[in-house]
Design a protein around this ligand. Structure first.
Ligand code: HEC
Length: 177
């Protein structure tokens, strides 16, 4: 049974139009830019990736020929040796963090300046990495046109590195493949 005698209170007022302020989105944008700038400045204080001195160790393989070293220097040395050249933007966070991660990871996998140390990478891994195009990484060649290798240069580097590994295997193996 419906109660039709529900007390009829005063109608609630119609909802007011959504609150709007002229320039509200512009203010929001300015706030975002300020917050971004503050974050950017704070990021520069993070110690990671700030010290860019290269380790002194430098014992390279006995390269099969000078061209092989030249090609490796162009395309690989920035991440796989202690002869890294650090461009100005490698000192600016957050790019500096990415660069540091690449160089640390690169040297850990393969370091042409530490040939008396065991390498985590075989000649086969290197051939695979170059021919598949995964090395040098695409983003690196965007900033370093010089690291872009032609098909012929890739073949030359592959053959040269294979010969270098045969001639001068890193200590502790890794020369197979
Ligand atoms: C921008 C930095 C950078 C450059 C330049 C670069 N590498 Fe690497 N490379 C890395 C990093 C970082 C790793 C470790 C990646 C991982 O563990 O996933 C790596 C790993 C490798 C590995 C281990 C196997 C693999 O594919 O992960 C090989 C082999 C290799 N690189 C060869 C080369 C060669 C040869 C060149 C030059 C033709 C080269 N890289 C250039 C950063 C670089």
């Amino acid at each position: 049974m419906l109660d039709t005698r529900r007390p009829q209170g005063p109608e609630s007022p119609p909802p007011s139009p959504p609150f709007r302020r002229a320039g509200g989105s512009r203010r929001r944008l300015r706030w975002l830019l300020l917050a971004g700038a503050a974050l950017f400045i704070l990021a520069q204080a993070v110690p990671y990736g700030r010290s860019h001195s290269n380790p002194k160790t430098d014992v390279e393989p006995r390269w099969a020929n000078p061209q092989t070293r030249e090609l490796a220097a162009r395309a690989c040395f920035d991440c796989h040796s202690n002869l890294t050249t650090w461009p100005w933007y490698s000192n600016v966070a957050p790019v500096s963090w990415l660069v540091q991660r690449d160089v640390d990871g690169g040297r850990a996998a393969l370091d042409f300046s530490q040939w008396t140390q065991p390498q985590d990478t075989s000649a086969g891994d290197i051939i695979e990495a170059i021919s598949s195009g995964s090395m040098p990484p695409w983003f690196f060649t965007l900033m370093h046109g010089n690291a872009r290798l032609s098909a012929a240069e890739k073949q030359q580097l592959i053959a040269g590195l294979a010969a270098t590994f045969r001639r001068s295997p890193p200590l502790g193996g890794g020369g197979g493949g």
